[in-house]
Design a protein around this ligand. Structure first.
Ligand code: PMV
Length: 313
């Protein structure tokens, strides 16, 4: 028998970086993510098809070490042995779309399912955070929360909720192709906060107000407030030094193509942008942008959280 799990990637619609310092963020699961397949193997291995890497769970090194650390915790506490977990991602890695959180959550869920161990969403979140803390020192947890729960998520410290929305919204994601280091960018914002405390406070306060307004509006089925809030956040993130010329260029082109809101998503410095259509529609704007950037893609948000299933071997 083979156990499978799929966990979604994410976009942060509003509030990245501020969320690390206790402010709220809105994030949503993408309809793409990471699939994990767990099967019998005496070696206890992780295989990444995308990275072309193989890593022993009990003596890991390199890029798969965070996933191995989370699996070690799951398996050691329950004396589980004899599995190989293979990962395949449909989102780019190190691009701000939550591939590391989706990888660990999918791997954990597939391995737990393979051994017939029931793990709650809270346990999956806590185990996923073991991995995320190795990826960067001070994670808010929003990526792992979305990978587990799916949905549109309001996240502020320990106040974490999936918002119940009446509809799904199309967004466009476009990537710079530039990989970046989340920990370094989180430190950059920390340094900005220390250097310019009053400006940081002003930006954080405005961000908080917009996130709260958008949360309330979305719950009433009114998405009209989202694009302007996204545009404000792009400016704020740029001011704090985490945008880049490539990100600014994609944001500009998305706006010219007809998207009403566009901003970097995730840590910035490289990675991707997310764009939101105006009321005249998604398709025309997307096809204008896509003709110049064929790697851009559409995702419907929000999508479901981690799921598991089995197939015969
Ligand atoms: O780029 P990512 O997927 O690592 O997202 C990071 C989001 C931050 O707010 C910058 C960090 C965090 O832990 O929330």
């Amino acid at each position: 028998m083979i156990s499978h799990a799929r966990a979604p990637g994410k976009i942060i619609l509003l509030g990245e970086h501020f969320v690390v310092h206790g402010n709220p963020a809105l994030a949503a699961a993408l309809d793409r993510g990471v699939e994990a397949e767990a099967s019998a193997d005496s070696e206890d291995l992780i295989v990444s098809k995308d990275l072309g890497l193989e890593c022993p769970i009990w003596s890991p090194s390199g890029q798969l070490e965070p996933v191995a650390a989370a699996l070690q915790k799951l398996m050691r506490d329950r004396s589980l042995r004899g599995v190989k977990v293979s990962l395949k991602s449909s989102i780019p890695v190190s691009a701000g779309l939550g591939s590391s959180a989706a990888s660990s959550v999918a791997a954990l869920a597939a391995v737990a399912n393979y051994f017939g161990v029931t793990v709650s969403h809270d346990t999956l979140y806590n185990l996923g955070m073991v991995s995320e803390r190795l990826v960067h020192g001070n994670p808010s947890g929003v990526d792992v929360y979305v990978a587990v729960q799916g949905g549109m998520v309001y996240f502020k410290g320990r106040d974490r909720r999936v918002l119940s929305l009446g509809q799904r919204y199309p967004v466009m994601v476009a990537c710079t192709g530039v990989e970046r280091n989340t920990g370094e960018l989180v430190s950059r914002v920390g340094a900005f906060k220390d250097r310019s405390p009053s400006l940081y406070r002003t930006l954080a306060k405005a961000s908080e107000k917009l996130v709260e307004d958008c949360r309330k509006a979305l719950l009433k089925g009114n998405a009209g407030v989202i694009p302007a809030s996204m545009n404000f956040h792009q400016q704020a993130l740029k001011t704090m030094g985490v945008s880049s010329p490539q990100l600014d260029g994609l944001v500009r082109e998305a706006r010219l193509a007809g998207f009403a809101g566009a901003k970097l998503t995730g840590a910035g410095g490289g990675g991707c942008i997310v764009a939101w259509p105006d009321t005249t529609g998604f398709e025309a704007a997307f096809s204008r942008f896509h003709s110049k950037h064929p790697n851009s893609f559409t995702s419907y948000i929000p999508s479901e959280g981690v799921t598991t299933w089995q197939t015969p071997s």
